[in-house]
Design a protein around this ligand. Structure first.
Ligand SMILES: C[C@](O)(CO)[C@H](O)COP(=O)(O)OP(=O)(O)OC[C@H]1O[C@@H](n2ccc(N)nc2=O)[C@H](O)[C@@H]1O
Ligand SMILES: Nc1ncnc2c1ncn2[C@@H]1O[C@H](COP(=O)(O)OP(=O)(O)OP(=O)(O)O)[C@@H](O)[C@H]1O
Length: 291
């Protein structure tokens, strides 16, 4: 028995850090949404008690270090399952890019195995198990658009944001999320207004959404890699309605409402950045296209 699962990338419309916690994590408030750039996973049921993960991408770790492996393993241990699975990952989301690619693969495995192993767990239960793998996994279990709090695992679903193009640009730099959080100066933060962003989404107000994107991790990564700041500047010069870094970076994205503006930004960036993608916001959860 085989199952195909889609694992979409996420972008941060906002990312705010409130304080550093005693467990070493940062208390967050952020608005995230999934976009139509996705990995594809094939899950094959194994009767033997074994997890196999492979991918043709040379950037993805094999075996136990892969978050998809960790998701299957966590589910087996939590529920004492004796079945196995072979997971094949077709990687499309750039790795270590701020787009939660690994977390989304893990979430897709949780959703997929819920069906393949006939577990009947709710999304809430899958998200709770996902939180033990990584902070972004619970959001990826739900997909769509959400306000995330805590270390990222407390999820409040939101309606889809106003429809628009998202042009993503990823320079060939791999960023360590832990290092970015470590280098954040909490006293120098300019906080985005999460409440206004949530209202803008609820009111389907594209321009208020564009005016209020903000990510406090941006300064850390942009200071370290000025070439990422240059790409963001270029996006605005080519006519983006908004431009922002996603997660801990280095991917930056531009928002554009009209096709002509999207083409101008996409073609302008393609001249000097190899990994550029023009995609739509997926917005709604449960649009994974699993089969
Ligand atoms: C930047 C974001 O992608 C925004 O959605 C997430 O905060 C990161 O999510 P993630 O990659 O799933 O993060 P995890 O694998 O849980 O943590 C990686 C490292 O990031 C730091 N980290 C992560 C989340 C958080 N709320 N505070 C932190 O300080 C910790 O040093 C942690 O060791
Ligand atoms: N299935 C996977 N796909 C991609 N990376 C994986 C996977 N499993 C483990 N990893 C490891 O996880 C690390 C982070 O990769 P990922 O692409 O998830 O980063 P990210 O987009 O910055 O994540 P986030 O936005 O959640 O911080 C990489 O160093 C990679 O080696």
């Amino acid at each position: 028995m085989k199952l195909h699962v889609k694992a979409p990338a996420k972008i941060n419309l906002t990312l705010d850090v409130l304080h550093k916690r005693s467990d070493g994590y940062h208390e967050l408030e952020m608005v995230m949404t999934t976009v139509d750039l996705a990995d594809r996973l094939e899950l094959t049921l194994l009767e033997e008690d074994r997890i196999i993960v492979h991918s043709e991408s040379r950037f993805v770790p094999s075996g136990e270090r892969n978050l998809a492996y960790q998701a299957a393993d966590m589910l087996k241990r939590e529920l004492n399952i004796r079945k196995g699975v072979e997971i094949s990952i077709e990687k499309h989301i750039p790795v270590a890019a701020g787009l939660a690619g690994g977390s989304s693969d893990a979430a897709a495995v949780l959703r997929g195995l819920n069906k393949l192993w006939n577990l009947r767990l709710s999304l809430h239960e899958l998200a709770e198990i996902g939180a033990k793998i990584g902070s972004d996994v619970p959001f990826c279990v739900y997909g769509g658009t959400a306000l995330a709090k805590g270390r990222g695992e407390i999820i409040t679903p939101l309606p889809p944001p106003p429809s628009c193009w998202v042009i993503l640009a990823k320079l060939p730099i791999g960023v360590s999320t832990a290092e970015v959080y470590e280098n954040l100066s909490l006293d120098k933060i300019e906080h985005p207004n999460t409440e206004i962003m949530v209202e803008a989404i609820k009111n389907n107000d594209y321009f208020t959404m564009c005016q209020n994107v903000g990510n406090v991790l941006e300064n850390v990564t942009l200071m370290r890699y000025p070439e990422v700041a240059d790409i963001k500047e270029d996006m605005l010069r080519f006519g983006a309605d908004a431009a922002l870094m996603s997660g801990s970076g280095p991917t930056v994205y531009a928002l554009a409402r009209h096709d002509s503006r999207m083409h101008r930004i996409y073609n302008g960036l393609r001249g000097f950045c190899r990994q550029v993608y023009a995609v739509r916001i997926l917005g709604k959860g449960e649009e994974w296209g699993d089969s």
